[in-house]
Design a protein around this ligand. Structure first.
Ligand SMILES: Nc1ncnc2c1ncn2[C@@H]1O[C@H](COP(=O)(O)OP(=O)(O)OP(=O)(O)O)[C@@H](O)[C@H]1O
Length: 313
């Protein structure tokens, strides 16, 4: 393996100490975050928390009053065209299209504009057809966009954003106004893009959905990033209902693969690093004389966690 392949991935998009004021109103205060290639970052928070303002600053649509945003190492506000050549975004959905032209014509115009950015390659007609099919819009491709439903326009917006195969994708509330199948479609597309190395940031109010596929959730309240929740670490926990939770927690915490163990009577909760460790953890408990009545994943309730965090602030 080469040295560079062992190096930790650098964030594809990085926000450092971002500040935004409108006259004397502070809307964003020292906001920082980083999203690496292949990660999905969900941004959430109450109405008016500053999510859209943060997204507008990250995409270069608004200028911050302090701090900086870089995409693939390039400053979005001082080196805009080259930074945005790596960016696909839908801000203020549904995106604006020419209503008299078809979805396919709108995307072709979008492709021509995208190809004018420095360092970008030409987008083929096949790619236009491919993204229309991906967003399940093939049947509508030759119809004027003026005849599209809200959900279809929203999907066309995502199609335009991913057309040039961006390294960073930013979506402001991509699933609002979509039906359940449309929501599932966006989730599959976002997951697929992340698997192929894209860094994705999306804002959402749908916590229980996002908990199933986001890697990190940033909670913004009153313009401050009050928490950044690593969902992968949280969901690797297992709970054991036992006759002596305190003793069980001590036994579990001494196991070499257990990262953290806590007691939540009647359970001992342990971060095992994967379900393949469950049989060994069970046999360690039983051989120490602990009676185990149940072992199951300890699902992290993002909604409850969010409620507590927001109420504290
Ligand atoms: N152009 C502007 N001028 C003055 N204040 C603004 C402007 N744009 C946004 N704000 C204020 O900034 C704050 C954050 O707004 P923003 O739209 O970013 O919140 P949000 O988290 O996206 O909310 P929602 O969940 O309702 O979409 C609000 O108090 C809003 O009134």
């Amino acid at each position: 393996m080469t040295k560079s392949s062992l190096a930790p991935l650098r964030p594809a998009i990085e926000v450092k100490g971002l500040q935004k004021r409108y006259k004397d109103q502070v809307v964003l205060e020292e906001v920082s975050l980083g999203v690496k290639p292949g990660e999905v970052y969900a941004l959430t928070g109450p109405n008016g928390a500053g999510k859209t303002t943060l997204i507008r600053c990250m995409t270069g649509l608004a200028f911050p009053t302090g701090g900086e945003v870089t995409i693939m190492g390039r400053d979005v506000h001082n080196d805009g065209p080259r930074a945005r050549a790596n960016l696909g975004a839908v801000v203020e959905a549904p995106a604006k299209f020419y209503p008299q032209f078809s979805g396919s014509q709108n995307l072709s115009m979008h492709a021509q504009l995208a190809a004018m950015a420095p360092g970008t390659k030409k987008i083929s007609r096949d790619r236009v057809r491919e993204v229309l099919a991906l967003l399940e819009l093939t049947r509508m491709a030759d119809r004027p966009v003026g005849q599209y439903s809200l959900g279809q326009r929203q999907r066309l917006g995502v199609a335009a954003a991913i057309l040039a195969e961006p390294k960073v994708l930013i979506l402001d509330e991509p699933t609002s106004g979509l039906d359940p199948l449309g929501i599932g479609l966006i989730h599959r597309i976002v997951t697929g893009l992340a698997t192929s190395g894209c860094a994705v940031i999306l804002s959402t109010h749908h916590l229980r959905e996002i908990a199933t596929y986001a890697h990190t959730v940033g909670i913004l309240t009153g313009g401050r990033m009050v928490d950044s929740v690593d969902l992968r670490a949280r969901q690797a926990a297992y709970r054991f209902r036992v006759d002596d939770p305190v003793a069980a927690t001590q036994i579990l915490s001494a196991l070499p693969y257990v990262k953290k163990a806590t007691t939540r009577t009647p359970y001992a909760i342990a971060h095992l690093g994967g379900e393949s460790r469950v049989p060994d953890a069970l046999s360690q408990l039983t051989s120490a004389g602990i009676r185990v009545f149940e072992a199951s994943p300890d699902h992290f309730d993002l909604y409850e966690y969010y409620r507590e965090r927001v109420e504290q602030n």
